[in-house]
Design a protein around this ligand. Structure first.
Ligand code: PLP
Length: 493
């Protein structure tokens, strides 16, 4: 073993030895003790030095490889991967900063930029007047009570209102099945804490929501990506993977999926439930956009079809209400209730009582229905403006499927074109878009990008889409006559 590498494995710990070794090597890489492209010790030698079986080292190295931290050369050995994302010397600093922020789920928007990257509503859509009226009602009615710690699982009257609200979506559950959370991201994190042990496997749609990937990774989950198709997850691949792995759960977004905008067909919904039941695995259903269906009927959640308590339903209000309130809820199978309550307690004890009580009045006084109608109208208008502008400005070779709802559309460039290149060119012209590569766990050379119409008014939608259209036409003309400039960029992980 290299002098600078100090590794200690303890077979009294419940964590498998190969995972212990993997974590310690990963830390040595992160700390810069092991340098990019440095050769790792030969398997047999390291196994001997640590007093473990060679299989332990093989598994640890494989795990490093699967996380993109190492690579192997046949007949030579295993090496530390070079910094994965973007080679700083090849990229402009501004692009780097933007991409790094996006990886952390944020976008930096300068004053004149057009933000087609963010799926967050603009403040002019927030119902400030009704909120003010209801919060005052709560203060007059409940006084100091509103500011105490609340039940971990959530304010009981709100959980009752949520049960009524869910009946409209054909979800019939008990108050005790409902858990109030401080936003869906917390729900994903709580489920990860409650269910994932280091090294457990989790299935996700590919591509998927980055915030979920990060939460699963933070628990040390092994992530298996299952491709998504226009009508839902690829069931053939799902079945194949389920015969090789036993995931703790399958994380899905059945309507207006982030980032593709795809919605599951009814057939796929029933099939995925059957498959999950057969393989005894939970499904985590993340719903942030189901209310925003412009073309079809209100989609039926998977939870409504869940007759065997397989589905954990997570509801976000951020896209249809006010993201800064940090409010959402989950419907959790009874078998997981106490684990989820414990995880919520260690996360933030309880969600703000004042916000819960105010939101309860939205539901009880039927103001919510009006609000959703209003949001839907506004977003539908933006959606139509957006699609018209795309039809007018984009080259025909750039493909997309109109999602019929939600807040974003997923575009596919022809073979040989790079999302990174389009992203960089748009940034130079003051338009922010999201490169598709941000939505994958494994390194992916994608030809996709996501555009959203949530955070921009109609004028900016038209201006932004027109600019992206011009950039695409230019890129295609140039590439038609010269070598692809995408070679300058290495793919995102
Ligand atoms: C699919 C998905 N799930 C969860 C979240 C997080 O939502 P919240 O703001 O409720 O935490 C987002 C936010 O963009 C999302 O797109």
């Amino acid at each position: 073993m290299n002098d600078k590498m100090s590794i200690y494995l303890d077979d009294n710990l419940p964590t498998p030895l190969y995972i212990q070794l993997f974590i310690q090597l990963k830390n040595l890489i992160a700390e810069g003790v092991l340098k990019p492209n440095e050769k790792l010790p030969p398997i047999r030698k390291l196994a001997q030095q640590l007093g473990v079986n060679t299989i332990t080292v093989v598994h640890a190295y494989k795990r490093l490889e699967s996380e993109g931290l190492a690579y192997s050369i046949v007949g030579s050995g295993t090496y530390v991967a070079s910094p994965t994302r973007y080679e700083p010397q090849l990229r402009h600093q501004e692009e780097d900063e933007h991409l790094q922020m996006m990886e952390k789920g944020q976008v930096q928007v300068s004053e004149n930029a057009i933000n087609l990257a963010s799926t967050t509503p603009t403040p002019d859509l927030f119902p400030v007047d009704s909120f003010k009226m209801l919060i005052n009602k709560v203060l007059d009615r409940d006084k100091g009570q509103a500011f105490g710690y609340h039940q971990i699982q959530g304010y009981q009257p709100l959980r009752e209102s949520i049960c009524h609200y869910l009946e409209k979506f054909s979800i019939n559950v008990l108050t005790d099945d409902v858990h109030v959370i401080s936003g869906a991201q917390q729900g994903i994190d709580i489920i990860s804490k409650a269910l994932i042990e280091y090294g457990d496997c989790v299935f996700v749609e590919s591509p998927t929501y980055r915030g979920a990937l990060e939460a699963f990774k933070s628990r040390g989950a092994r992530i298996v990506e299952i491709p998504i198709q226009e009508d839902g997850i690829d069931l053939e691949k799902l079945n194949e993977m389920l015969s090789a792995y036993h995931p703790k759960f399958i994380y899905v977004m059945p309507y207006f999926q982030n980032p593709t905008g795809y919605t599951y067909s009814h057939a796929k919904k029933t099939q995925i439930l059957q498959v999950a039941r057969k393989h005894k695995t939970f499904i985590v259903e993340d719903d942030s956009l189901s209310e925003l269906s412009f073309a079809h009927e209100q989609p039926l959640p998977l939870k409504a079809l869940d007759t065997h308590q397989m589905v954990i339903y997570i509801k976000s209000f951020s896209k249809i209400f006010m993201p800064g309130l940090r409010l959402g809820f989950m419907v959790v199978p009874q078998a997981l209730r106490s684990r989820v309550i414990t995880a919520k307690h260690t996360s933030d004890i309880s969600t703000s009582g004042l916000i819960q009580r105010t939101f309860d009045l939205y539901l009880r006084e039927n103001i919510w229905e009006e609000h959703i109608k209003h949001m839907k109208q506004k977003y539908k208008k933006r959606y139509e403006t957006f699609l018209q502008a795309v039809k007018k400005s984009f080259p025909e070779s750039v493909k997309y499927k109109a999602p019929g709802g939600g807040l974003h559309v997923w575009f596919e460039l022809p073979p040989g074109y790079s999302d990174q290149e389009v992203y960089a060119r748009c940034l130079k012209k003051g338009v922010l878009i999201t490169p598709g590569s941000l939505f994958y766990h494994q390194a992916h050379d994608t030809r996709h990008f996501r555009l959203s119409f949530a955070a921009v008014n109609s004028e900016k939608i038209q201006a932004g889409v027109t600019t992206v259209g011009e950039i695409l036409h230019q890129y295609m003309e140039q590439k038609g006559t010269s070598a692809p400039s995408s070679q300058e960029y290495s793919p995102l992980l």
